[in-house]
Every structure is written in C-alpha cells, then in structure tokens.
Design a protein around this ligand. Structure first.
Ligand code: PBG
Length: 328
C-alpha cells in the first residue's frame, strides 16, 4: 500500500515517543498543598486521599523536608483550626500555627517557595470565605468590601511572615486590587499574587471541607462561579489582570480544561490550575476499585491539565508525581 502519511511511525518505540512528546511535566511547575493545625505531634490524612495531610507545626516541618528531598519546590499552606467565629479572628492571630509555619519553612528551607491560601473559610463559624451579615430570612449575605479589607490584612501578615506568594481563593470582587494596594503600601512590592481567578462553585471541594472541619451554612454560589459559564471566566481574567494579578488560576482543573485553554490563549501572565480534593478522591477511589492503575491515572490527569495550557499545577499528588517522573 502506498501511504504518504503514517502517523504510527512516530509511535514505534519508547525513544521515538519520548522524542516527539508534546507535554512534559517538570517538578518545578508543581505545587503541593499542605494543612497546618494547632497542637503537637499531629499528622493525619484525609480519609479518602492519603496525600491530603494535616500537620501540627513540628510534623509539618519534617514533611516539608522530605518533600524537598523528593524535588518539591513550592508548597501552598492552609490553616485548620477549631477556633472559629463570625469575625474569623484566628486568621489575624500573629502566633497561629500557620503564621509560624510560614516563617519556619522560610528560614529552614530558604529555597522552598511558600504560598498561602487567602480566604476566611478555615476561620469563620459559618464556613464562608468572607465576612457575613445574617439576613432576617436567616440567609447569609457575604459582605464584599469588608471581606476584601480583611483579606488584604491577612495577606500582609503572611507577606510579613515571609510568604512569597499570597493566593486569594475567595472570589470577592476587587480583592486582587485591595491586596496589591495593602502590600505595596507597606513595601511588599515583591510579594506575588496568585489569584484563584476562575473558581467554580463545584461539588468537588467536599473532601477539602471535611479536612477543614467546615460546617458550611448554605452554599458559595453568590461568589464562586456557575460551572455552566465559560465567557464569564474571561471577564474575571480581564479584571484580575487589570488589578495586577501575577499568576491566574483555574479551579477545579480536569472538568474545566476548556477554561484553562482559554486562559492560555488570553492571559499575559502564567496560568495555574488546581487539581482539587474531589478530583483526587475520584482517582483514589477508582484505583482502589481496580478500575484503573493509580499511577497512570495520576500521570494522565496531570498531563491533560498541562496539555490544555496550564503552566503550574497545584496537586495533592505532588509527591506521587515526583516518584512517577523519576521512573519515566
Ligand atoms: C476555600 C478553598 C477551597 C479550596 C481551596 N480554597 C474550598 C471552597 O471553596 O470551599 C478547595 C480545594 C480542594 O477541594 O482541594 N477558600
């Protein structure tokens, strides 16, 4: 048979396939989320996702050391606490385990990039990301501008403790601008804002909320985006770029590859994607049921997110990827 085009020619051996592979994952583009809580000698895993881990400060430092040895270069820190109230006061406690974690990781592991999630949901009794007013109907109304002010204060505290990246995940209007102004006013021009630009009101945050011990009253649909909307993400992108975001993020990742591809095309700054807890749980449970191989699922889903256009991937499978990539 005379055939001019035989695409299989480029698939004939592992070496040829390596040569023509379009998407390669590098550990320098991977971020590991970690949770830090009160107390001592605490190290616990989410019940469905072993690598979604909560630590007391002493244990966290050991884990960061092991992650660093394995090639992880960027950690994203979240606070977990039972000290919740309407004002989210624990978010502003200068001696919280999170605040100590930021400065201790920075001083013990200077080459590790430390980012922090900026939102109030670990600290509010109602579990919302912002400050709320309770309406006469009993519903919670999120106070946008008051929340931006609180998040700006929180970002500045984290920057002062040493965080190089602050990452607002709350979806309030104008928070990137508010945070940038607060940082610049105190000469933190170098602090990077990684904004959760298109964060959807997804069902996939369930395991994360279990880990936080959040008892969310109502839902987050008045601030997180409707999963049905694609154009609206471009509007959020434009606004975040105008307000000065340094990195923009799409979240969740694998059900939102179209949005990641749009960002890749339209964004003048790097694009991150967050492979969230529910996405990780689907892989863990599927692998446990022997529906597919766990490592292959981790590699394929991560590769798909990069292929769609992400420059940076936030994933609970960071350590798994380090191990898998070493083998490949
Ligand atoms: C909240 C926040 C959430 C996640 C990161 N920051 C959850 C939410 O919006 O309720 C989700 C991460 C995950 O599911 O892994 N500010």
């Amino acid at each position: 048979m005379k055939l001019n085009h035989r695409p299989r020619r480029l698939r004939q051996s592992p070496f040829i396939r390596d040569l023509v592979r379009e998407t390669e994952i590098s550990l320098s583009k991977i971020c590991l989320p970690l949770f830090v809580t009160d107390g001592k000698n605490i190290e616990k895993s989410n019940k469905n996702i072993p690598s979604l881990m909560t630590f007391s400060l002493d244990r966290l430092l050991k884990y960061v050391e092991s992650a660093k040895k394995e090639g992880i270069k960027f950690v994203l820190l979240f606070g977990v606490t039972e000290k919740r109230n309407a004002k989210a006061s624990e978010a502003f406690n200068p001696n919280s385990p999170l605040m100590k974690a930021i400065s201790e990781i920075r001083s013990k592991f200077p080459e590790m990039i430390v980012g922090t999630d900026i939102a109030l949901d670990p600290y509010t009794d109602h579990g919302h990301d912002g400050l709320c007013k309770i309406k006469s109907s009993g519903d919670y109304e999120i106070l946008n501008d008051e929340t931006v002010e609180a998040l700006s204060k929180m970002s500045l505290m984290h920057a002062k403790a040493g965080a190089q990246i602050v990452s607002p995940s709350d979806m309030m209007d104008g928070r990137v601008l508010g945070i940038r102004e607060a940082l610049d006013e105190e000469n933190f021009q170098k602090t990077i804002i990684l904004s959760y630009t298109a964060k959807y009101a997804s069902c996939l945050y369930g395991p994360f909320r279990d880990t936080l011990g959040a008892n969310l009253i109502g839902d987050k649909k008045t601030y997180q985006m409707d999963p049905a909307n694609r154009k609206e993400a471009l509007r959020e992108l434009k606004l975040d770029l105008c307000e000065g975001a340094d990195i923009v993020m799409v979240k969740p990742a694998s059900w939102y590859l179209d949005v990641i591809a749009d960002f890749k095309r339209e964004s003048s700054v790097p694009v991150a994607a967050y492979h969230v807890s529910g996405e990780a749980a689907l892989i863990e449970l599927g692998a446990k049921a022997k529906l597919f191989d766990r490592d292959r699922a981790i590699l394929e889903s991560s590769t798909a997110i990069f292929r769609a256009g992400a420059d940076i991937l936030v994933t609970y499978f960071a350590k798994d990827l380090a191990r898998i990539l070493k083998r490949h």
